[in-house]
Design a protein around this ligand. Sequence first.
Ligand SMILES: [Zn+2]
Length: 343
Amino acid sequence: MPDADISPIRSALLHHRSAWTAWFRAVDGSVKEGVVPGGAEAAVLVRSVLQLPSKTSPTRLVSSVRQAFGIEEADRESATGAQGWAKVFLSQPTLFAQEHVFQVAAGSAPTSRRQLVLAHEIAHFFYACLEERANAASKPKKPYGTRTRQAEQFCWDFAIELSCPLEQQRKWTLAFLRDMLTPKERMLADTLSSHGLDQLTYWHLRRLASQYYLSIRAVIRALDHHPILDEALMGIAVFREIPNQWTGRETGLRLWQYARPSWGHIISNKRAAKQGFTSAGDIFDESTDQHTIVVPESLHLWRRKSNERAHWEMVRNKTACAYTTIDVKSEGRYLLAIWHWPR
Ligand SMILES: [Zn+2]
């Protein structure tokens, strides 16, 4: 939200639509002062304010939220890049007033991803308000609306909750997922059965993504610490060619995202090979799109010591690891890894 040079944003929004007033009231009633709630929590409050039935389709839901909160969708032609955006600007002044205009665009996202990207961009307005509210007593460290890591996580969680509410996500079990697969997907998943990796595969993630209008990466975000990974005894990681996020240098195949069972952890930003994903580099360079290759690996994983929340030990985990390279038009190429992660 680079154009958000309005402070306070809250008063601009309150002026805009009554839904904002109702939402702020709901926030004030349930979120402590000085705290920015999670994106999912903020989205639940949006649902409750609009009283939308949980069965509303994601497409309807996103457009209802936009309308109720007075957020316009820009012309498709106005978005040039692959990234969506959210902007605030001033309308042409009329005789009586000049108003702030709140606008979002989904960039060149394909139809299946449009709703998710729009919901994410809408979330930036909600985040800006909550950040402003949390910092009301102090001077903000960064300008409102900056795309920090925290802001991005909030917006994805908000978007995921709108597309696929938590009560839906709680229904996900291995049996539920298996029933969702098409016969062809089931056949493809079954090719991994000799490695014991057929219960949760790229095809399961893809099916979840299309069922709920999510991206594969949004599904992985929803699966982090989800009970289904405890049930499957599995972990999921996404690697990508990126520079070190702290130094901005040393581009390499690094851990970009993960979904962990409740007892496990791996280290974000660290190179794939340094965590035992030794075949990742070659497979990333050579394999074709959406083709799964299984290789044995000896992974360095962290395990929570029993009953001690903050204590971790490093464990070497010899396991079969299923790698799938995925080319996404708007995001570039990434490598998915799914493996056994015993307790
Ligand atoms: Zn964003």
